[in-house]
Design a binder for this molecule. Structure first.
Ligand code: NAD
Length: 244
């Protein structure tokens, strides 16, 4: 029997690199999975809830929609994210609003709506995709880093506040992961993504940057009963590469 047999999960950013890997893993181990992203074409799931996480009503309504359609909500994976690059003098008002809306406000709204549903059912698990940069700031991405630090802090607060209701809230904090988010960063700078990743691989003690499945495995662990005593943790997954 799979680890997630009988469980219902909601994954945001489900069409992205890490999101797709999480959906595939949860489904392969028995969960019924609702997916949220702007476009969810071609994702094998049990419920598609397309929308824009900048829309407060969309975020507020997602957990209830999952409960109505799939009969509950046991696992919430707040994984969607955007990255805004450049130092603060290069950051526009739009960059600020986008970063905070997707990386902070959406998880806030989703947690706020999901927790009463989970509490009523006797428990649940929330896993947020933060970043190692939310724990140890790196250079030239102040908006992104600030938003991931806020998400890390929200994780710690909720992990403490809701443990008594059987709801575990944790975060995975990856360093570099081979996904469209990372690859477009190279492309925007006019660099070949494959060459950029080859170079990054040499900077990681374990020998390569993370593949999405290596992050999905940790997310699934945190969502599973094997992590039943883990609450409010920020789990760094970095192949031993320090932030710098
Ligand atoms: P990705 O770009 O492949 O996936 C992000 C997904 O979020 C996309 O499918 C995108 O459509 C969705 N999304 C963005 N804005 C949205 C909006 N307004 N409404 C609905 N959906 C929206 O990137 P990824 O690397 O898979 O990122 C997943 C998470 O991992 C993010 O939170 C990211 O910050 C985090 N992360 C990534 C890395 C990395 O190196 N790739 C490192 C640390 C943390």
């Amino acid at each position: 029997m799979g680890r997630f047999e009988g469980k219902v999960a909601l994954v945001t950013g489900a069409a992205g690199g890490i999101g797709k890997a999480v959906v595939t893993l949860l489904k392969s181990e028995g969960a019924r999975v609702a997916v949220s992203d702007r476009y969810c074409d071609g994702i094998a799931s049990d419920l598609i809830l397309e929308g824009d996480l900048r829309d407060p009503a969309y975020c507020d309504g997602l957990p209830g929609q999952v409960q109505d359609a799939l009969g509950g909500l046991d696992i919430l994976i707040n994984n969607a994210g955007v990255i805004t690059r450049g130092d603060i003098t290069q950051a526009s008002d739009e960059d600020y609003a986008l970063t905070m809306a997707v990386n902070v406000e959406a998880p806030f709204r989703l947690c706020r709506a999901a927790i009463p549903i989970m509490a009523e059912a006797g428990g649940g698990a929330i896993v947020n995709t933060a970043s190692c940069w939310g724990v140890h700031p790196g250079p030239n991405h102040p908006l992104y880093i600030m938003s991931k630090a806020a998400l890390a802090s929200l994780t710690q607060c909720l992990g403490r506040d809701h443990a008594g209701q059987g709801i575990r809230v944790n975060a995975v904090c990856p360093n570099e992961v081979n996904t469209p988010m990372l690859r477009t960063g190279f492309a925007i700078r006019g660099l070949d993504p494959d060459k950029g990743i080859e170079e990054l691989n040499r900077s990681v003690p374990i020998g390569h940057i993370a593949e999405p499945e290596e992050i999905a495995d940790v997310i699934a662990f945190l969502a599973s009963d094997a992590a039943r005593y883990v609450c409010g943790a920020l789990v760094e997954v970095n192949g031993a590469k320090p932030v710098g």
